[in-house]
Write a protein that binds this ligand. Sequence first.
Ligand SMILES: Nc1ncnc2c1ncn2[C@@H]1O[C@H](COP(=O)(O)OP(=O)(O)OP(=O)(O)O)[C@@H](O)[C@H]1O
Ligand SMILES: [Mg+2]
Length: 244
Amino acid sequence: MRKIAVANRKGGVGKTTSAVHLAAGLALAGRKVLLIDTDAQGHTARLLGLKPEKGLADLMEGRGAPSGAIVQARPGLDLLAGGKALAGVNRLIARESIRPEEQLSKALAELEGKYEYVVVDTSPSFSELGTNVLFYATEAIVPVSMEVLAAEGLVSFSEEIRHVQEYHALAVRWILPTFVDMRTRAKTEQILDGLRGKYGELVTFPVHYSSALSEASAWGKTIWEYKARDRAAEDYAKIAGAVA
Ligand SMILES: Nc1ncnc2c1ncn2[C@@H]1O[C@H](COP(=O)(O)OP(=O)(O)OP(=O)(O)O)[C@@H](O)[C@H]1O
Ligand SMILES: [Mg+2]
């Protein structure tokens, strides 16, 4: 069972969009996938057009069996939704005196082996749950938008990951350039070159800027359901294919 966190401590870089499309793309390829939203914003369910009444908070707070907190989002794609209730989960973890960073792993232990892939969407702000995700996942995909500040912010996030790696085997699989816009080619190329210079092979092929992605999310559809011939549909199909 592969556990992939889509993470970056920077807001609005395409984490949720990428986590949803990676998970949905793997499911479309016939894989059994669980998508987990660890963000109190709860956007992951919305992008898939769902309003689940239960989710990760119920599982973490021990209300019923794990399977009762999971909803089916698409064929082959299950969802453990996030949302406001996760604020309480962060307080719960903060009160834990023994291995607070492993509370998510402990709560998810029962699901071990039930899926081929677990994809975890994360919150931009620093939180207990955010640290728990890094201790649960074995791989991280880090979306970075084409802004100087986003590229610079990666330095401190890399340090956070290095710190976790002293205790837990977490591999950064990919730095995923997002919002790549050829209308601003010079700036984009400069940022991409900077990233490649620093992170080399970890920098993968990009997700291009596409207004269809936000339109699709407003309808609760994936890009393949909304506009299958869009460039972003091609980009995310490539990414899901490469991860598989
Ligand atoms: N490649 C793209 N091109 C254009 N718009 C995009 C692209 N990727 C994401 N968006 C849009 O940008 C906004 C932010 O994306 P998203 O929610 O995926 O980022 P995030 O990193 O999860 O944000 P947060 O840090 O708040 O959780 C959304 O409205 C989304 O639809
Ligand atoms: Mg998000």
